[in-house]
Design a protein around this ligand. Structure first.
Ligand SMILES: Cc1cc2nc3c(=O)[nH]c(=O)nc-3n(C[C@H](O)[C@H](O)[C@H](O)COP(=O)(O)O)c2cc1C
Length: 179
């Protein structure tokens, strides 16, 4: 079971074609959870139904009520792509203030659950003094980071430079977590 988690970064609207569909085609069962920001974008663009139809599971944004069953089966691998600077920082610190973070923060501390993260960040995010610590925290916890100049060259904010989300590299990292 693959838990796909996505946050409010440019290009997240391509999640279905870039990550969900190929993962299903590769034989994964897939459940999708979005941060509240990404959830708002997906509802606005009418992108929820195709995901729910293809995965056969509800797209999660909100937490369940205590008496409700868990809407998704247990996950073997989580992939957080794209992960905003905000979501990376909160994951690195163990925050769980939305459903997406609740799932992945717990997974980072759970033996046997793999976590892949693609930080969709710019050069300014990376210059924040807390950033190196966040990345070091995640690496030391065994999180597989999809990053580096060849995969995601950093651009300056408002530079007008734009790169498509490297879905192929994300899928390769997910594939690498298969037992
Ligand atoms: C069109 C648009 C594109 C954005 N792209 C990014 C991005 O690529 N990376 C990033 O860290 N934040 C980006 N943001 C800012 C995040 O959406 C914002 O920090 C938000 O609070 C993130 O919330 P989340 O991490 O819970 O999804 C973007 C915002 C907008 C409106």
């Amino acid at each position: 079971m693959l838990g796909v988690v996505a946050s409010g970064a440019g290009g997240v609207e391509g999640l279905f074609d870039g990550l969900v569909r190929p993962a299903l085609d590769a034989g994964w069962r897939v459940g999708v959870t979005l941060t509240p920001t990404a959830g708002r974008w997906f509802r606005d663009k009418g992108l929820v139904a195709e995901i729910e139809e293809a995965t056969g599971l509800p797209l999660r944004v909100d937490s369940r009520l205590p008496g409700e069953p868990k809407p998704h089966p247990p996950v073997d691998t989580y992939v957080v792509a794209p992960a905003t600077a905000n979501t990376v920082a909160k994951l690195a610190l163990g925050f769980g203030d939305n459903q997406a973070l609740t799932q992945v923060s717990e997974a980072i501390g759970t033996d046997g659950v793999e976590v892949v993260v693609f930080p969709c960040v710019n050069a300014a995010h990376v210059r924040h003094p807390a950033w190196p610590g966040h990345i070091a925290n995640l690496r030391s916890a065994g999180v597989h980071l999809v990053d580096g100049e060849d995969v995601w060259p950093l651009t300056e904010p408002r530079s007008g430079e734009w790169h498509p989300i490297p879905w192929r590299a994300v899928l390769d990292a997910v594939d690498g977590t298969r037992p």
